[in-house]
Design a protein around this ligand. Structure first.
Ligand SMILES: [Zn+2]
Length: 284
């Protein structure tokens, strides 16, 4: 497999540091930065972009698409991993430049349509609001030119956090691709009900629990996510540069290990917050 990776810039902020775009498997390409992942799925009927990134990411995504020999204007559908500014702030600009249909999971629609203002954790992180053209529900399919993407609602990190799955053919083998929406409990997220301090949103802990059970059960050959760091993208790219002949993106064991590791981190945080909450009650 030939990957179009010639250069990696390791310095600076990985969210804004450009890297050369590359083909992952089949018709699926990486068009993001050194850490902020954007994916392009190319079909004969036009293309699907997952994650518009920061407002400043849009010109980089466009130039990555053009370097691969495709056209920005061919984006017909825009999807996101979740409604945080580092994945969706560029959406208004992508819609304006392409006329793409914006399809967003139900729990995240209010956030993207308010330009971040309705986010439960970061209402001060504002960006250009973008209108949603199709509201997605858990398990919905997005179809274009033979490509079929399935939207798995994996909430907690945001209310409508979405893990995308699709199948791509590589070397006559059909591969299950998983693009993890997010599995992080961010600093300041409140998972439990404490006196005078409600959870970040009602039911957030149960959402994370269900999310980890969904992720654990997704068939995965090709392991990807909303940030390159979820799946050690830079490490895998350096193996490619070093001449690895295996397909470094096929990593089912890495996927299962990462899910287990993030689940354990969530459970430890939940325990810690429950202990603190019990402490509140003892003091009263
Ligand atoms: Zn996020």
């Amino acid at each position: 497999m030939l990957l179009l990776v010639t250069r990696l810039h390791a310095e600076g902020n990985p969210e804004t540091t450009p890297i050369d775009p590359f083909r992952i498997v089949g018709n699926l390409y990486y068009v993001g930065s050194a850490d902020l992942a954007s994916y392009l799925i190319v079909t004969p009927k036009g293309d699907i972009l997952i994650n518009s990134g920061l407002e400043s990411s849009v010109p980089l995504i466009r130039s990555s698409i053009e370097k691969l020999g495709f056209r920005f204007k061919d984006i017909k559908i825009l999807l996101i991993s979740h409604a945080h500014w580092d994945h969706d702030a560029g959406s208004a600009e992508v819609k304006r430049g392409t006329g793409a249909q914006y399809m967003v999971m139900d729990g995240d629609v209010r956030v993207v349509e308010s330009g971040g203002q309705k986010d439960f954790a970061y209402p001060e992180h504002r960006y250009a609001a973008a209108e949603v053209d199709r509201v997605l529900r858990d398990g919905d399919e997005v179809r274009l030119g033979g490509a079929v993407l399935v939207a798995h609602k994996t909430p907690g990190h945001t209310r409508g956090c979405t893990t995308w799955t699709l199948r791509e053919k590589e070397d006559r083998r059909l591969l299950d691709v998983v693009i993890v929406g997010s599995w992080y409990v961010n600093p300041g997220y409140r998972l439990v009900d404490r006196p005078g301090r409600a959870p970040s949103y009602p039911g957030i802990a149960g959402d994370y629990e269900r999310t980890f059970s969904v992720l654990k059960n997704l068939p995965c050959d090709v392991f990807l996510g909303a940030h390159g760091m979820y799946f050690n993208m830079l490490g895998k790219l350096s193996r490619v540069r070093a001449g690895s002949t295996e397909n470094v993106w096929v990593d089912p064991l890495g996927y299962q290990a990462a899910v287990a590791e993030r689940k354990a981190a969530f459970e430890a945080e939940l325990m810690r917050q429950r202990r603190d909450s019990a402490g509140d009650e003892l003091q009263q």
